[in-house]
Design a protein around this ligand. Structure first.
Ligand code: SF4
Ligand code: SF4
Length: 421
């Protein structure tokens, strides 16, 4: 079977009754375009969300509707070609972070985020996923992590982090209540975050552990759009949790990974329902709210304005919107200032959805980050904090690229630094 046929079949397969109703409901009003940071930043009409799902619409229309069949017959609508697949691969992997903002603004209630995942499934079946992204997927299949965090690297890094920051990081503890799964971005690039989370959980007296089997929360199969790989990576996490007999799984700083495990996991792998799955932001809110940890009021006041970046998959989709604000109101009551728009309506940083892993997508990624620069500058903030290490990577890189004088940090780090001893 040719790659194009494979893609066509996958796109057709994606269009069940629900997808068909979504596609039929679109009035082509164009409101979703204004919500997309890639469209806003570049003005490129092809970056309109509804155009990014055009392949799905075309496959559906040609296969399932009389009008589509007729249009194809008289040449009004062409069949999907190899060139189309290549072109839509760039539109979807370079200029979409699957941030879900377009879904929020559509007056017809169309869930564009899910449709965009459907398009990625077709593109993955056609094997037109950008090379860099595929290299990361293959690394995760073969080594267990896209960032080269093999078993031995993981061992060494955790040992080093525990020594360096003098924090106990319990490993493979049978019968612990909570299993924490870090992202390789944290372990390899932001180790202070691992130490900070360990410090908080130890201080709270949590019975927690990490697992050698479930050592990576990042899910590059989800970015790729391939169900088999996505499930394989999810299953590694669930297997670790099953083996240790934990009750809950805490996802740390990866928004996409949280989306995959929390919202999609149970549909793909029913055993995900055996565990409570929560993001670390929810845990921080819980621990502060029930008094298991105490924070020094105003600990971060006095060093200029601090603002908070909402991560699409943790705040907009995950719902952990209030916890960071409640915490910042305690530790930085006079310095915390909101960007506009914020919360559910926040603008994506531009690096999610695997975009930051694709070198050729740098122009789109930096253009989108330009919107973030304007937002941060307009509140005069010099410190930006967040709850996603993928966003943090994008901010850190953006600060370097645009030579900005901001400090980029994480909320867990701030909580750890404000703990009442
Ligand atoms: S906002 Fe909704 S109805 Fe309007 S073009 Fe976009 S998907 Fe279609
Ligand atoms: S999901 Fe986000 S990045 Fe993708 S098309 Fe919609 S608004 Fe744009």
């Amino acid at each position: 079977m040719t790659a194009t046929k494979q893609a066509y079949d996958t796109l057709v397969h994606e269009t069940g009754g629900w997808v068909a109703s979504q596609l039929e409901a679109c009035t082509r009003c164009g409101m979703c375009a204004e919500a997309c940071h890639f469209y806003q930043a570049t003005g490129n009409p092809e970056y309109s969300p509804v155009w990014k799902v055009e392949l799905l619409r075309r496959a559906y229309e040609q296969r399932f509707t009389l009008v589509g069949g007729f249009k194809k017959m008289i040449g009004l609508e062409k069949e999907i070609t190899d060139e189309d697949l290549k072109h839509w691969s760039e539109l979807n992997y370079y200029a979409c972070t699957v941030c879900n903002k377009c879904s929020m603004v559509c007056p017809m209630g169309i869930d564009l985020g899910s449709l965009l995942h459907g398009v990625r499934a077709g593109l993955a079946a056609a094997e037109v996923v950008p090379d860099d992204l595929m290299a990361a997927v293959n690394k995760q299949v073969e080594e267990g992590s896209p960032l080269g965090m093999t078993d031995s690297v993981w061992d060494q890094r955790l040992e080093w982090i525990a020594d360096e920051w003098e924090e106990d990081i319990p490993r493979d503890v049978q019968g612990a209540d909570t299993m924490v799964v870090f992202s390789s971005i944290e372990v390899m690039k932001f180790p202070t975050n691992v130490a900070a989370i360990a410090k908080i959980l130890n201080k709270a007296g949590e019975k927690w552990t990490v697992s050698s089997k479930a050592r990576e929360i990042v899910n590059f199969g989800f970015y790729q759009g391939d169900e088999k790989n996505t499930k394989m990576f999810l299953d590694r996490v669930l297997e670790g949790a099953r083996d240790l007999g934990v009750k809950r799984i805490v996802v740390t700083e990866c928004g996409h990974a949280y989306d995959a495990l929390r919202w999609h996991g149970a549909n793909w792998l029913p055993e995900a329902n055996d565990f409570e799955i929560i993001h670390i932001t929810g845990v921080l809110g819980e621990l502060v709210g029930n008094g298991r940890i105490k924070l020094k009021p105003g600990a971060f006041d006095g060093n200029g304005t601090i603002t908070f970046h909402d991560a699409c998959k943790i705040q907009r989709k995950g719902g952990h919107i209030q916890e960071p604000r409640d915490i910042l109101k305690v530790i930085a009551p006079n310095s915390f200032k909101e960007m506009t728009p914020n919360r559910e309506e926040a603008i994506c940083c531009g690096g999610g959805g695997g975009v930051i892993a694709i070198k050729a997508a740098d122009p789109q990624r930096y253009a989108a980050f330009g919107l973030k620069i304007d937002q941060v500058n307009s509140v005069g903030a010099k410190t930006v904090t967040m709850t996603c290490s993928n966003c943090r990577l994008q901010f850190t890189d953006g600060v370097e690229h645009f030579k900005l004088d901001w400090k980029v940090t994480g909320l867990a780090q701030m909580v750890a630094d404000s703990l009442v001893e």
